[in-house]
Write a protein that binds this ligand. Structure first.
Ligand SMILES: [Zn+2]
Length: 142
């Protein structure tokens, strides 16, 4: 498409120079100006068409790579896996907000403490709070 435009412009240039028009006359200056504008438009179109092609190739390459990554991660299966084995779903007893506890946060006795992100209440999981040692302020030794 760009080469067709270039050909047509070259043709018009030929016509313009074949006309018996004084280059210093109003008509001559108009013709010359029009041809110059067409030339720069054609150059711009060629430039952007080239950039566009490069971008299309680049995006297509990224898309292919992304497909490989998705396949490698197998995201659907991984989601299900996380739900079952890595996270414990909790409901905050104060505000009812749903939170997810990472199993890594649970200690050897199966006890974990998590702070509700909504109301900031500390929720203890795995052991009734009453049977835990009396809460003592965490003051560092003097
Ligand atoms: Zn809460």
């Amino acid at each position: 498409m760009e080469s067709q435009v270039r050909e047509k412009i070259a043709y018009l240039k030929g016509l313009a120079s074949g006309m018996d028009v004084d280059p210093e006359s109003k008509e001559g200056r108009l013709l010359h100006g029009l041809v110059e504008v067409l030339d720069s438009l054609s150059a711009s179109v060629e430039h952007w068409a080239g950039s566009q092609r490069e971008l299309e190739e680049y995006v297509s390459a990224i898309d292919d790579d992304l497909s490989d990554v998705e396949e490698f991660l197998d995201l659907d299966e991984y989601d299900g896996d996380m739900e079952e084995t890595s996270y414990v779903r909790l409901e905050c007893p104060r505000c009812g907000d749903t939170l997810y506890l990472d199993e890594d946060m649970i200690d050897d006795e199966g006890v974990a403490e998590v702070e509700c992100p909504n109301c900031h209440r500390t929720i203890t999981v795995g052991e009734p709070a009453a049977s835990r040692p009396a809460a003592s302020p965490q003051t560092p030794p003097a």
